[in-house]
Write a protein that binds this ligand. Structure first.
Ligand code: HEM
Length: 63
């Protein structure tokens, strides 16, 4: 994932917009099932994964 992102010059500031789009899509698809608990869990998961990718991608850009 990191090497594919770096090839496309993905930067940390791109992540929030993608996260918002992901959560909006999840809400649209799940409808009533998308309770606050479900959305918060997806938000936490995305934030965690984005943090891992951003950190690793920064390392590759610096190298
Ligand atoms: C946690 C967040 C993200 C995850 C889990 C994720 C995951 C992935 C994965 C699995 C791939 C395919 C890697 C492969 O082919 O081996 C990919 C590719 C890609 N991602 Fe992400 N991504 C994330 C965020 C972003 C963001 C913020 C952007 C910027 C808008 C982005 C843009 C891209 C692009 C342009 C590709 C290459 C598509 C292609 O040329 O095939 N991703 N990502």
């Amino acid at each position: 994932m990191v090497s594919v992102h770096v090839k496309s010059d993905i930067q940390a500031h791109h992540y929030p917009r993608v996260g918002e789009a992901l959560l909006a899509a999840i809400k649209e698809v799940l409808g009533n099932v998308a309770t606050d608990e479900v959305i918060n869990a997806w938000s936490d998961a995305y934030t965690f994964l984005a943090g891992v990718l951003i950190t690793k991608e920064k390392e590759v850009y610096k190298a």
